[in-house]
Design a protein around this ligand. Sequence first.
Ligand SMILES: *[C@@H]1O[C@H](CO)[C@@H](O)[C@H](O)[C@H]1NC(C)=O
Ligand SMILES: *[C@@H]1O[C@H](CO)[C@@H](O)[C@H](O)[C@H]1NC(C)=O
Length: 187
Amino acid sequence: MRATSLFILLISCSAALAQSFAADNRIDSKELRCLVCEKSLEELTKEVEQFDPDKKVDVGGYTLDIDGNYRHKSVPQAKSELALSEAIEGICDKMDNYIRAKWKENGTLTLLSMISSEGTMSPDWSNVDIIQDDDLNKSLKYYCEGIMEEHEEDIIKLYQEEHNDIPKKFCFKQSNLCSKHVRREEL
Ligand SMILES: *[C@@H]1O[C@H](CO)[C@@H](O)[C@H](O)[C@H]1NC(C)=O
Ligand SMILES: *[C@@H]1O[C@H](CO)[C@@H](O)[C@H](O)[C@H]1NC(C)=O
């Protein structure tokens, strides 16, 4: 009797182990791209929100003011193609702060920020299983750089047009990076 239940326990343990390894290998690159899209644009949005609202950037050319004087044409920093482009340039470095993990609760892939915005350890640590990250080419930064290279112009345009909720708009609608794989929470 004892032996049997021990045997069953062993079997189910190894089954669980085998399952979790199999699951790790089955990371869907589309799913990962979608998550990286969201996280990198969330980071970019944070960065743009920190731009000084009073700071203007010359965009070349002149404009007439109400007194009839020529003035340099300028836009707020948050609408400046140059400033946005510079922010995009550095944004993928932020991905080094994220690791791939799965929620223990439902096995769904997620990207966990190792350090929260308050500078403390992420409170979600205990709720996830970390996934080993040994293939550099599949690193989150690599995915991020691919997205930024391909879509930089569209992303700049979105910020210039002052849409709110840019990560969702860009990743799920405009770029279709998230469309092929619909996460349950989006339904
Ligand atoms: C990783 O990327 C580099 C540069 O793009 C490439 O030369 C190399 O073959 C890639 N390695 C793998 C395992 O895909
Ligand atoms: C999985 O669990 C996490 C944490 O509770 C939750 O945020 C997420 O929405 C869940 N995903 C699905 C597909 O149920």
